[in-house]
Design a protein around this ligand. Structure first.
Ligand SMILES: [Zn+2]
Length: 413
């Protein structure tokens, strides 16, 4: 068979077998694996068993317990790798998904019970229906259909379903990547069907505390009100934000760097002049803005505020900072994926950076060409929100585009 015939055969196989794999996605939704706490005791064995039943060589890799203990987690971190072996170990592709989901905050807001895995209105519903159980099953369908269609790829295709993506992935993809388990020629990371991401912007997490002096409210002039002083800090953060907005990113999706003041706390009683007030800031940074630049900008605005207000004493703590990570938007991988999307009769999609984050960082750090793509629509799938869902048509189309990309990039025998 030539490549065109193979694509036709595999596409037909994907359509034929999609109900089985959608059922697999629904079964995963019925086994909650939200994180925190990140309990993989039920989901990991289920995924291994089902991937093996689809003819993949599936195994678990458990993150060393000492690393998990160091991080202070209760449950073991379990990862699943499933390989569709190629004819030669010449090249290798990784399809990257994860086993954990975000929690469900208020079940009563959901139209279909979030762990029921219900099919309705051409969609599968539930927590993880898209992120990432639907995506896991979709990539599994791509591999399973290649195998059952009797097509042999030149290189290995590996489905990596890792732990802890929703909390940063250090003990999941981070651990596996550091062990070299995920080294490959290219990697498709879970993503959306209507937008590809070739990287993620940087981020910043900071806490700013104003320090006052407590006093009885009968004699407030003997104290310094830390909550009142926080007003100056809020203004300074606002000025930093204005300056960041004057530096738009070349990437439209990124817009500009943003500093979100997410929490504020201070004071204990209305009859006491408060001596402490604290805010927490989450920064999402444009590719062009290094975290150190943004921290410096904040410091400058805050120092200026304290010059103008001698009573203003503050402390700024940087809890976390992460640089942007970027893969080539014009790589063979991206171009081949676009071509595959076109080939299955779908419109090609924009390739941008993302303001979120993902396990892609561990792959980019090892120099592996990456792109985020997958079933589920942004924003219709409403990942992390109520009524998360995946359209069955997206599931099938994405499995096809992924399979065609593997066929073209890894080659066939
Ligand atoms: Zn997620």
């Amino acid at each position: 068979m030539d490549v065109d015939e193979v694509v036709t055969v595999v596409s037909a196989e994907i359509e034929k077998r999609s109900p089985e794999f959608l059922e697999f996605a629904a079964d995963m939704i019925k086994v909650p694996s939200f994180n925190p706490p990140g309990n993989y005791e039920k989901i990991a064995p289920l995924v291994v068993e089902r991937l093996a039943s689809f003819g993949l060589q599936a195994k678990e890799i458990i993150t060393p317990p000492e690393l998990v203990a160091q991080a202070g987690f209760e449950f073991p971190r379990r990862n699943v790798l499933a390989t569709l072996p190629g004819a030669s170990p010449k090249n290798k592709a990784v399809l990257m998904v994860h086993l954990d989901t975000v929690p469900v905050e208020d079940e009563s807001l959901w139209e279909h019970e979030p762990f029921s895995g219900k099919f309705d209105d051409g969609r599968l519903w539930g927590r993880g229906a898209c992120d990432c159980k639907g995506r896991l099953a979709c990539f599994a369908l791509a591999l399973g259909a290649i195998k059952s269609a009797g097509v042999v790829l030149q290189g290995d295709a590996v489905l990596a379903a890792t732990a802890d993506e929703e909390i940063g992935g250090e003990l999941g993809a981070g651990y596996l990547a550091a062990q070299g388990e995920l080294d490959c020629d290219f990697c498709i990371v879970e993503g959306f069907i209507n937008q590809m991401f070739h990287g993620y912007g940087g981020s910043l997490s900071a806490q700013i505390t104003t320090i006052g002096k407590s006093a009885h409210t009968a004699v407030p002039w003997r104290g310094v009100n830390a909550i009142e002083k926080m007003q100056e800090v809020l203004r300074a953060v606002g000025q930093a934000q204005i300056e960041l907005e004057s530096r738009p990113s070349v990437d439209k999706e990124m817009r500009f760097s943003t500093l979100n003041i997410g929490t504020i706390s201070g004071g204990s009683k209305s009859t006491i002049v408060p001596d402490r007030c604290a805010i927490e800031i989450d920064g999402r940074l444009a590719t062009e803005d290094h975290p150190d630049f943004v921290i410096e900008l904040l410091r400058k605005k805050l120092s200026k505020a304290s010059l103008d207000n001698p009573d203003l004493i503050f402390e700024m703590e940087i809890n976390k900072k992460e640089e942007a990570y970027v893969s080539d938007p014009d790589s063979d991988l991206v171009n081949c994926l676009q071509e595959s999307i076109r080939l299955i009769g779908m419109p090609t999609v924009p390739v941008t950076m993302s303001r979120g984050g993902s396990d892609m960082k561990y792959m980019i750090a090892r120099g592996i060409p990456c792109v985020a793509y997958g079933p589920g629509h942004r924003p219709n799938s409403n990942i992390h929100g109520v009524n998360e869902n995946i359209a069955l048509a997206d599931f099938v189309n994405c499995a096809k585009a992924t399979a065609v990309t593997l066929i073209n990039l890894l080659g066939i025998t």
